[in-house]
Design a protein around this ligand. Structure first.
Ligand code: ADP
Ligand code: MG
Length: 384
């Protein structure tokens, strides 16, 4: 070997040794229908995106954890494995550190590690970059702790990711996002019954039907989002208590009519009618009639706007523009108050819908939205 190739080999060997022990990804998601039902024991139908957070992880020989992200707003974090719980970590690092804490709480002996993350899920757009970050780190840490990747492990990871978000980050979200990130099946949406966590893939057949799912990111998030989320949950709990059911998702529309408080009645009507729409949509898709689902999306949007009051002028504008330009149906998706909408669009109408959405926002002086044509991606996995 020449001196030069010796050096190259030594260089490669050094890079290999210092490089990650593996790279794991987990997807963002859109919820096709079943919004604000995951904390009410209802059914929802999210779809994993073909966009992911990737976590490259290198096991250390000590008890330190170093977290970094290529997001320019994310400061690197360093801490000890024993100091990752509630109150110890703030900002973005809480999502990843929180998962490592929750895994330890679940009895998984996570090693010290360096974690570098990179994501093509837009952050804060309602596409669950947060759960994709949690779940990529969760799967990585569990495998590096020697656990084999099987359905039972994934159930543990879902619980750990939810605990990280609820207890370490302090965001009172339900479990839909983590469940789909870890259990999705490519090409299908995932029907989740949040009462018992049972899931079933629902193959969509969008391309076969000549349809495209378009995500419209309003690039706006109104500040009131977090407080309002808590208020909606409280309204649902109060309505369930008044109706004598454990979770509002168990109530019927006849029950809802018994509520005398108009606000609680409207909130409950959304939850109960939304769960019925999920069942109707799943039945249509399974019957090969996905092109007939548009009116259910429109009805879901109207219910979220009028009864649940979680929409925003930006969401209403893009939904109306999309449907009048040829979308079969459209709705806000995610928690609301900004974030993203989805539209079910015949492939040939995609350019018209995109143009109409941009035009409508420009005419009203709203932030220019971003549109993404998405397909259904796989669940979290090791890619390297
Ligand atoms: P969404 O989950 O809809 O994207 P959230 O507000 O729940 O919105 O989560 C967004 C937050 O998650 C970001 O503000 C950031 O703190 C964190 N986050 C997600 N992905 C990354 C990433 N790749 N790098 C750094 N932080 C991230
Ligand atoms: Mg989130």
């Amino acid at each position: 070997m020449t001196g030069q190739s010796d050096r190259a080999v030594a260089e490669l060997a050094r890079a290999w040794r210092a490089g990650p022990d593996g790279v794991w990804t987990a997807p963002g998601r859109v919820n096709l229908i079943g919004e604000h039902v995951d904390y009410n024991g209802g059914r929802c139908l999210p779809m994993a995106l073909d966009r992911v957070t990737a976590a490259a992880v290198h096991v250390r020989g000590d008890d330190q954890v170093q977290l970094s992200s290529d997001d320019p707003d994310a400061e690197p974090f360093t801490g000890r494995l024993t100091d990752l719980g509630p109150g110890c970590v703030s900002g973005w690092a809480g999502y990843a550190a929180g998962v490592l804490w929750a895994l330890q709480q679940a009895g998984i002996e996570v090693p010290g590690m360096d974690v570098a993350v990179s994501s093509d899920v837009p952050l804060g757009a309602g596409l669950s970059s947060s759960a994709s970050l949690e779940c990529a780190v969760a799967l990585a840490a569990a495998e590096l702790a020697g656990r084999s990747d099987d359905p039972a492990l994934r159930r543990v990871l879902i619980g750990a990711a939810i605990r990280a978000e609820n207890e370490v980050v302090g965001a009172a979200t339900g479990g839909m996002d983590q469940t789909v990130a870890l259990l999705a099946v490519e090409g299908a949406a995932l029907l989740i019954d949040t009462r018992d966590g049972v899931t079933a893939p629902v193959p969509l057949g969008l391309a076969e039907a000549g349809l495209q799912l378009l995500v419209i990111d309003t690039r706006v998030r109104h500040e009131l989002a977090d407080g309002q989320y808590g208020k909606r949950r409280a309204d649902c709990e109060e309505a369930a208590r008044l109706l004598g059911v454990g979770l509002l998702g168990e109530a019927t529309l006849a029950d809802v009519d018994r509520l005398t408080d108009p606000r609680l009645r409207a909130r409950a009507r959304h939850v109960v009618s939304e769960i019925a729409r999920v069942d109707e949509l799943v039945a249509l898709v399974r019957a090969g009639r996905v092109a007939e689902c548009g009116s259910l999306l429109n009805a879901s949007h109207a219910s979220l706007r009028d009864d649940y009051e979680v929409s925003a002028v930006e969401l209403d504008t893009v939904v109306a523009a999309a449907t009048s330009a040829g979308a079969l149906g459209a709705r806000m998706t995610g928690g609301g108050f900004g974030g993203s909408a989805i539209a079910l669009v015949p492939e040939s109408a995609v350019p018209d819908v995109e143009a109409a959405v941009l035009r409508a926002c420009a005419e009203r002086g709203l932030t220019r939205p971003a549109t993404l044509a998405v397909t259904s991606g796989p669940a979290a996995r090791r890619v390297f």
